[in-house]
Design a protein around this ligand. Structure first.
Ligand SMILES: C[S@@+](CC[C@H](N)C(=O)[O-])C[C@H]1O[C@@H](n2cnc3c(N)ncnc32)[C@H](O)[C@@H]1O
Length: 188
């Protein structure tokens, strides 16, 4: 096969690669093991800045280690706090904000992102974006809270005024109801 359709996560990374240039500001709303934070740090370059959030110390430590090993630690500010506090924490407009919902891979499945805080954080992220900036979000409806999140986000994103935002939704529609979904929202 010369061309293969790619997953939600692949699209998320591809959009970030296009959207972020050296000197940019980016936010990782769900740090986890730091894969996205590392990608953001590599894309914003030495003159850029990344703000990253997670509610678990374990995630912050894993991300700290990952960035240190990659020599990228000075580009990021890591916060052990909810992304629902994004507006009060991030002091400047952002070129990109990324959410990867759910629980910490290899961690406690009971500590997962929750619909109410996710909606609040997404609202704050949309306000924080510069014109032309992007919000990239992967949602996983394969568990009850993930299904609630996806339904609520679909409703919220569908209602965004098209003069202010363009919203894309990508999923494999024949992969069953649990297939991950990637949303990309661009501020006009
Ligand atoms: C799927 S993981 C993220 C994976 C990560 N993006 C990576 O690249 O490794 C989701 C993370 O969201 C975190 N989380 C849950 N509720 C949160 C909240 N209110 N604010 C910030 N992070 C939260 C979890 O602790 C978990 O580490």
């Amino acid at each position: 096969m010369s061309y293969e359709l790619k997953s939600a996560r692949y699209l998320a990374a591809e959009v970030l690669r296009q959207a972020l240039k050296p000197g940019a500001t980016a936010v990782d709303a769900t740090m986890g093991n730091g894969h996205d934070t590392e990608l953001l740090c590599s894309l914003v370059g030495e003159s850029g800045r990344v703000y990253a959030f997670d509610v678990q110390e374990e995630a912050v430590r894993a991300t700290e280690r990952r960035l240190a090993e990659a020599g990228l630690g000075s580009r990021a500010a890591l916060f052990c706090r909810s992304h629902a506090r994004m507006a009060e924490t991030v002091p400047v407009p952002a070129d990109a904000v990324v959410f990867n919902l759910g629980w910490l891979p290899g961690g406690d499945h009971g500590i997962t992102t929750r619909t109410e805080t996710t909606l609040s954080a997404v609202e704050q992220a949309l306000a924080l974006l510069k014109p032309g900036g992007v919000l990239v979000l992967c949602a996983y409806p394969g568990h009850p809270e993930g299904t609630r999140e996806l339904e609520a986000l679909t409703e919220m994103f569908s209602a965004l005024p098209p003069r202010e935002f363009n919203v894309l939704r990508q999923t494999f529609i024949n992969a069953g109801p649990d297939a991950p979904v990637c949303f990309v929202v661009q501020k006009q």
